[in-house]
Each structure stands twice: as C-alpha cells, then as structure tokens.
Design a protein around this ligand. Sequence first.
Ligand SMILES: [Zn+2]
Length: 352
Amino acid sequence: MNFHSVRFIALLTIIAGSTLTRSFAQDVVVPRNFDAEIEAALRSAKRAAGFEFLGTLNRICLLPASGGVNTSDNLPRYVRDPDTIPAREVWYAEPAKVYDNLYFVGGKVHTSWALTTSDGIIIIDTIFPYNSEELIIGGLEKLGLNPADIKYVIISHAHGDHIGGAQILQERYGAQVAMGAADWDLVTTYPNRYATMAPKREIVATDGMQLILGDTIVSLWETPGHTPGTLSYTFTVFDNGRPVSVAYSGGTAFNFVNNTPDPGIENFQIYIEAQQHIAQQAEAVAASVLLSNHSEFDNAVNRNKMLAGRGDGPHPYEVGAEWVQRYFQVMQGCARAAQLRLEKELFENPTL
Ligand SMILES: [Zn+2]
C-alpha cells in the first residue's frame, strides 16, 4: 500500500467515524450521572490529600460549606462589642522562627508570617484587629525582631481574619500595604465592615508583580475565587542557608457560595482556574513548601512544635514539590465536586 492509499483509508475512517458519532448522538440521550461525577471529583481530592492535607480536605470537601461571609456594611461584632472577642486561649500561639528568614507570628487558627530581608520586614497577612497587636507586634519582639522594621504588608484577601491588623501596621510603622484591586474596592465600599481595619489604598497587586525589598522578592499571583481579589505568592526561604521555594495559598474555603447570585457555578470555575494558575507557578519554581493563612490548611502550629525537636532531621514544613502540587489538586477536586453539586441542583430545578 502506498502513502496515498493509506491517507485515503484514513480519511474514510474519519468520515465514517464522524457519521457514527452523529447518528449515535441523535438516537441516544445519555443522562448525566451527577452523583458519579461528584464521587469521582471527591475521590481525586481524597487521593491527592493522602495524610498530608487532611485539614484542607475536611474543610472544603467533607464539611458543609462554611456560612456566608459578611456582605453587609455593619460593624463586625468584635469591633462593636469587645466582650464578644474570643478568649485569648482560643487563639494564642507561640511565635516561632521557621526558616532563616521566615517567622511565624500567627495564632492557633489564623496565621501571619514575617519574611525578613536585608532592608526590613515583609508581613504576609495579618490577623484580626483584636489580636494583631499581641501576635504580630508582640511575636516579632519576642523573636528579637523590631516591628518598626516592617516595610510591606501583603494581604491575601480582605476578610477580617487577614486584613484585621493592616491598618494598625500601616499607621504605626508606615508600612506599605499591597492587596488585589477588587479587594481594595471592598474596603472603600464598606467602611463599617472594615472599621479599624481599613488601610489606605497603596499598592494594587497585579498578576506576576514582584514585590522587592532589599535582597528578597515576593511574586504575587492573582488567584480569585475565595474573594475576587485573592492573591497567592511564591518566594524563597533559606534553611540553614539552603534556598527552598515556597508556594503560599491565599484563599481557601467556599464561603462565597451563599453570596454569589449565579449561584456560584461560574465562581467555582474561576476558583478552579486560579488554583491551576498558582499550581503552575509553584511548579515553575519547584516549590517544596506549602504555606497558608490558616493552620488547619498548612498545619503550621503542629509543624512549629515538630520544628522545636527537629535536630538534624528534615524540615517539617518541607513536604516536597509533588505534595505541593497535590495540595492544589485537593483544592481543585473539592471545588469541582462543589460546582457539580450546584450544576445538579440547577439541572433538577431549572427555575433556580
Ligand atoms: Zn477568607
């Protein structure tokens, strides 16, 4: 058989194939099995999580979606009435030196990080307005660092548990605050919601922007979904002088579902694509550490305890590049399962 007849037969096969596909599509309607699709998405998330990311899996795959976030312009309860501030024992955690240039200055639940550079300190996320003073400022002092050296504060997203201390740090130390455009807009649109935690608009982060301070670069990545302006980051830390790449995941839970009119299917798509984006950036720098701003997602508080007894052993935060990728697969699998649940609901109740 010469080349031309091979090509002719191949062409016939394509034509026959497409005819078959068409007639099959016309005659048989295969109903979508949403439950099987949801199950497959959950299975992929569970497989990716292994024993390493059970907190994240639990929160966004297994537990019911957390309640909607504050969409009103009312004063938050803890600002309005200091008696409602949770007891210190609920949130206090010891600060810790985690890498040569990275310090944990967060709490038991919500966390904050200090990246030290040759020209000052970058604070990555703050906590609530009521505990930033003790955890961030007090934490830095306890670790022998000077809060007056804070030059930049990067806020992953404008929820009260992460933006809470930004105004304090900006006003007291003249630190410049960076955040995504859409989340800056939230701060100006809802003055009561952000009372005591509304930094002046300064650096508007864009995808791929590099925040440079002295010898240190933090790359900012837009990862919308959790909020429209959510940011994630990649940067380098040093373990006894050895460089280690970090991927920082800026927004996780699906508490937007109750706030999105459409009812969230599109928002989940944005979320999934954002996770693919940060996963690619993490892969590009071979990130082998995954950090977050909630200890339930990156297990920071427990890892800090392990760090204290590390000796010459491996660094407890360094899970390896493959596991960092698996983290983002957990987020995608759980988001896909939640998106499919909404698609199923819409399919069964088209008037929604
Ligand atoms: Zn949030």
